[in-house]
Structures are given as C-alpha cells and as structure tokens.
Design a protein around this ligand. Structure first.
Ligand code: FAD
Ligand code: MLT
Ligand code: ZN
Length: 480
C-alpha cells in the first residue's frame, strides 16, 4: 500500500461524498470483468467536476501518487484494474455523469466522461437522434472508457470506431492542467491533435472529463435478419452481395460460429435459437430502411429471396425478425456471447484484426493450425467480420482436470502462437479492446522498434513522472 497518502487533502477537495476509503466499498472495483487481475487501492477518488478532478491530479502529482482512471470497469484487458501492490489510487469518473447538452441542429451531444453508453442512447433517442456506437457492455461502459479504448462494437461497419465519433474533448493532463478542446472544429491545424492522442490512450496520458460526440438521425424503419451459413467465406460473400444489391443500408453485420451461439443457448436463460437448426456459421444483420420507408421491407425481402437461390453462397436458412421484440431477441444472442463464454469458463481470448478479405481464410486456417498444434483444444470465432475483426477463442481440452493450471502452463505458448499467426497475416493483436495489462508484453514482443520508441517518447513527454495508469499499454523495459 502507498504510504503517506494525503487523504485529508483529497477529502478537502472532494468532500466526504467524493472519497471512499472503506475496503468493502472499494473491493468491487479492484478486479476486471474477466476476473484475471486482482488489484489493491487505499482509496477511490470520485470528483464531481472537472475542477475537482484537476485539483486531485495536481495533489497526486505533487506527492507522486499514481492514478488509475476508471469508468464502468468493463475493460477486457485489465486496463482499469489498479496495480496489486496498492501503490495507486482509483480515480472514478462515475459521478461526472451529466449530459451537458444535446444540439439537434448540429447533431452533437456534449457528455461528461462518466455518462453510461445506454443513458446516452436513450437521451439521443428522446431527441430524435442516435449515438451510433453499441456493444454488449452498454449498460455499464462509460463515454470516458469508450474514448480511452477507442471502442468499436457492432456498428463500426457503417459509423466507424470512437475515433471518428468524437468531435471535441476536455481532459485533465498529468500535471493537473485542463485541456479545453470541446469546440467541434471541422478544421483545426494547430499541430499535433491532442484529441486523437487521448482517444485510445487507455488513461496513460491524461483523464478525459468530457467530449463532444457526433449524433446521427434516428432510424425510422429497420429490419433484422439471421442467416445460417456454411462458412465465414459465405458470410463475407453475403455481406458483399447485400451491399451490391441494397447500397449502404447495412447498420450491423455480425458473424458467429455455432459454438458461441450454443453457449448462449445453454447458459443465458430464455434464449431461443432463431433457426430450427443451428448452422455452422451465423450472420446477424441490421438494415436501416429509413430512406425507403414502408416499401423498404418488401424490397429487402425480394433481395434476400434472390440471394437464397444464389448457389455461390451456401445459405442453410434465413429469417427476418417479425417484430421489434424478435429483433431484440436476435441481438440479445449476439450481445450475451461474452457473458455465456464467461459462464462456460473463459477460453484464451484473442481480439484480432487482419485485412478484411483475408479474414475468412484466417479464421479457418488459424483454428485448424491451433488445434493441430495443441492437442485436444478447440478454436472458434465470432464478431465483426465486416471490419476484419473477430474474437478468436481457444478452449482447453474438454477432459482436462485442472483447467486453470492448463491455462497457466499452455496459455502463454498458445498466445504467442496465435499472435505470431496474426502478425504474419499483417494484422493487429488488439483490434478493439486495447492493450491494458494483458497484452502489454505481447505488444512489446511483436512491435517494431519505431512503434515502441514513439509510444515511450509520447508517454515520457506528457507524463514524465509516470503517474497515469502505470503498468498499462507501454511495454516495460524487459518486454521490448
Ligand atoms: P473502463 O473499463 O473503466 O476503462 C477502460 C480503460 O480506459 C482503462 O485503461 C481506464 O484506465 C481508461 N479510462 C476509463 N475512463 C477514462 C477516462 N475518463 N479518462 C481516461 N482514461 C479512462 N469493446 C469494444 O471495443 N467492442 C465491443 O464490442 C465490446 N463488447 C464488450 C462486451 C462486454 C460484455 C464487455 C464486458 C466488454 C466489451 N468491450 C467491448 C470492452 C469494454 O466495454 C470497452 O473497452 C469500454 O470502452 C470500456 O468502458 P468502461 O467505461 O467500462 O472503461
Ligand atoms: C464483443 O464483440 O462481444 C466484445 O468485443 C467482447 C468479446 O470479446 O467477446
Ligand atoms: Zn467485439
């Protein structure tokens, strides 16, 4: 634990409501969603305003106390978990949760960092707009966390990642100064783009306190379809055929092998499979029919009917949701895969990207290579095929008695093996979840000297005393 903490100094800044020192109240925030890391912290600081937050950072900087920014704590890579030695304090953004403004003429929302994604969805909908980024953790993940991980999710195909949805940013830098960049300037060439530097920085360069976010028009008519397919190649061919026939109306295109869908059916109560028979591969597709109005659905049905007879794509079966409730049920299957995988016992999880057209081959060949090399393992994938990003999961042999022991002994070898395949295919070992602690050593092992030099130089320039989220993202000296 850190010694000589200026707890009373923080209390003077934050008041009793803004500081938590009871270990029972701190405990739920000390480990990660996947349960891989256990941290320790003597206090959680919860400022209510940017000024309070800046004063906390100044005090922490004076005393050399590291801070771990935390939003919803849904990180998949241990990014928001404090170090186990208790040397850092958690800086929670959860009290900074107001939507400062929604401007429907500019199609923008100004949100504080602690606003939960689904709260923004609801507020945008009430204003006749939408914030076009969604993911399974939407009920907990916050705007600050989504920005700091450059989150992706299920609408990237059409709307891009968080990087493209942030028009302005307000942040507190490691010396406690406030960067006021909320103005949504379309053109701004004052040198380095601090906003883009903070997006995806995982809290290592400063703390995002608010952002100006893009909104898009609400969808007035939509349709949701589930396709049973023969292979990931069929899925990509289906996406391309739909794009060619229907134009840019595909709002989401998610692909799932039978295994993860099976885990949902087994572990998530009240799940009904969309098709009579679970196909080897499945695609969930969301169409925005707003521009074609009432007639859109008939056009869509005709186009899908044509595709059913296209013998270049192996379609086992397909169904269009009959109503909103059924559409929600289809999406619930996709969105609860992480929860179902957790219930089934976590696999070794990879969040990878390769060039889109290479992904179907990669999904099959990497699974085959992996299971041939590591006897008894199974490997499968699901995710955002249209973005060239899938979650590739390797499971321990079914008959293994000591699963966690096996994960420890074989896990590292498998991680190296799969990541080497990804790098050989020209891909990335983190497509959307970030690096955090879980991929830091692998980033070091697999990055060019130029990338490592630039990462370290930027970190040292902005955070010379290393107080911002230590141990995350930047490979240690021994790792690169
Ligand atoms: P946290 O977990 O609290 O923090 C994440 C990182 O950001 C940490 O490094 C933290 O220090 C830093 N941070 C948090 N707030 C701030 C701030 N205000 N300023 C500076 N740094 C900050 N991710 C995807 O990209 N796509 C998905 O489809 C997806 N699906 C998910 C589904 C489930 C069920 C779960 C549990 C997670 C999923 N994730 C997904 C991962 C996760 O939800 C995202 O990374 C999300 O952006 C994290 O938001 P959070 O508020 O929980 O951040
Ligand atoms: C998803 O797409 O569901 C998420 O990124 C989480 C995961 O890796 O399963
Ligand atoms: Zn994902």
């Amino acid at each position: 634990m850190a010694h000589n903490l200026p707890i009373e100094g923080f209390r003077r800044i934050l008041g009793d409501k803004g500081i938590t020192i009871e270990q029972d109240d701190i405990a739920p925030w000390l480990n990660d969603w996947r349960g891989h890391y256990q941290g320790a912290a003597a206090a959680i600081l919860s400022p209510a305003t940017t000024k309070e937050l800046a004063a906390c950072v100044r005090l922490a900087a004076e005393h050399g106390i590291p801070l771990v920014p935390q939003g919803g704590n849904t990180s998949m890579v241990g990014g928001a978990t404090p170090p186990a030695d208790g040397s850092a304090l958690i800086l929670s953004l959860r009290r900074m949760n107001s939507i400062r403004a929604i401007d429907t003429s500019a199609n923008q929302a100004v949100c504080e960092a602690g606003v939960i994604l689904s709260v923004l969805h609801d507020a945008a909908e009430a204003a006749g707009r939408r914030f076009p980024l969604s993911l399974g953790a939407k009920g907990s993940a916050t705007i600050g966390g989504l920005i700091s991980t450059n989150a992706g999710g299920t609408q990237v195909l059409r709307h891009g990642t968080m990087r493209g949805l942030v028009d302005g940013i307000e942040a507190v830098l490691p010396d406690g100064s406030i960067y006021e960049g909320l103005a949504p300037l379309k053109k701004d060439n004052r040198g380095y783009d601090l906003k883009q530097l903070l997006i995806g920085a995982e809290g290592t360069l400063g703390i995002v306190t608010a952002a100006t976010l893009k909104l898009v028009p609400a969808i007035t008519h939509s349709a949701t379809a589930w396709f049973g397919l023969g292979s990931p190649h069929d899925a990509l061919a289906l996406l391309r055929a739909l794009e060619a026939r229907l134009g840019p109306i595909i709002e989401g295109f998610e692909v799932m092998a039978a295994e993860p869908v099976g885990y949902v059916i087994e572990h998530v109560p009240n799940t009904r499979a969309p098709l009579a028979q679970l196909a080897p591969w499945n695609a969930l597709i969301e169409f925005d029919l707003s521009n074609s109005g009432e007639g859109g659905r008939a056009q869509l049905e005709a186009a899908l009917g044509d595709l059913m007879t296209d013998d270049t794509i192996q379609i086992h079966d397909a169904v269009i949701a009959q109503n909103e409730a059924q559409a929600r049920d289809f999406w619930r299957i996709r969105e609860t895969i992480p929860e179902a995988e957790r219930a089934a016992g976590f696999p070794i999880a990879f969040d990878i990207s390769v060039p889109i057209n290479a992904m179907p081959d990669f999904m099959l060949s990497a699974a085959e290579a992996c299971t041939a090399r590591f006897a008894g393992t199974t490997a499968t994938s699901y995710g955002h095929l249209g973005d060239g990003n899938v979650h590739f999961h390797v499971r321990a042999p079914a008959d293994i008695a000591d699963r966690s022991g096996w994960l420890k002994t074989s896990g590292e070898e498998i991680r190296h093996y799969v990541h080497d395949l990804v790098v050989a295919a020209g891909g990335s070992i983190s497509a959307e979840h970030g690096i955090g602690q879980s991929k830091r050593a692998e980033l070091g092992r697999l990055s060019s000297p130029a990338r490592i030099m630039a990462l370290r130089a930027i970190k040292a320039a902005l955070d010379p005393h290393g107080i911002m989220n230590p141990g995350k993202l930047i490979p240690l000296a021994s790792e690169a």
